[in-house]
Each structure stands twice: as structure tokens, then as C-alpha cells.
Design a protein around this ligand. Structure first.
Ligand SMILES: [Zn+2]
Length: 61
């Protein structure tokens, strides 16, 4: 299963945990690509979500 970061378009190579992320040539991508976040973009996305929630949404505890 190929996972491509939906933000920076890098693809994951290697097993989970020790995977590396690098930009892919187009021909590397087949129909079985699933989209997710690379670790860097996941951090950014989480930070943005937390920011947005802190500004506009109050979550009851
Ligand atoms: Zn990314």
C-alpha cells in the first residue's frame, strides 16, 4: 500500500515506524494510493486544528 501525503505530495517508502518520505515520480503512483499525512504535515495539521479550536470552538470537558 502506497501512502501519499496530501499536503506535500511525498510518498511513504518502507515499513511503518521506519518509513521514509520522499517526493515520488508520477509513474510510481498506481491506483492503490491512499492519502494521509507525513509526520511533518501531521504535526502542522494538528497544530492548526488545535489553533482553530482554541479560537472558535470551545470543547466541553
Ligand atoms: Zn507532508
Amino acid at each position: 500500500m502506497i501512502v501519499q501525503c496530501c499536503v506535500c505530495k511525498k510518498i511513504r517508502r518502507g515499513p511503518e515506524g521506519s518509513a521514509t518520505w520522499s517526493l515520488a515520480a508520477k509513474e510510481d503512483l498506481g491506483p492503490g494510493v491512499s492519502h494521509g499525512y507525513c509526520p511533518k504535515c501531521a504535526d502542522k495539521a494538528l497544530a492548526q486544528i488545535r489553533n482553530a479550536q482554541g479560537k472558535s470552538v470551545r470543547i466541553p470537558k
